[in-house]
Design a protein around this ligand. Structure first.
Ligand code: ZN
Ligand code: ZN
Length: 112
């Protein structure tokens, strides 16, 4: 096995998993967490919410505490308790986008 090929493949796989889990440029916290729960499920922590925070709103240090205060102790609870206003649908809706990068408010997507 050629070492440089292995390194290339590893780099490509790393890129791929990053592309799958990276929040969209203007994707809101709620739509991102929902999308990740759909793909990977909840592991009982705020794994995706914190990942979104680290990449999109690194200065929102109190975010996890605020979510927990509102009943969001893990990613699925964030969706059920913190952002319950989501269109009743079995299909994920594309995020309507937040106006400003780093904004922790959910996008305008909601029930009519
Ligand atoms: Zn959960
Ligand atoms: Zn959204």
């Amino acid at each position: 096995m050629n070492d440089s090929i292995v390194t290339d493949i590893e780099a490509e796989l790393a890129d791929l998993s990053r592309a799958l889990t990276e929040p969209g440029e203007r994707e809101c916290l709620r739509c991102y967490v929902l999308r990740m729960l759909h793909e990977f499920g909840c592991d009982g922590t705020l794994r995706w919410a914190k990942y979104w925070r680290d990449l999109r709103a690194p200065r929102a240090q109190a975010l996890a505490r605020k979510l927990a205060y509102r009943g969001g102790h893990c990613d699925c609870e964030v969706i059920f308790n913190v952002y319950p206003r989501y269109p009743q649908t079995t299909k994920l809706q594309p995020c309507a986008g937040v106006s400003r990068r780093g904004c922790t408010k959910p996008c305008a997507l909601g029930p009519p």
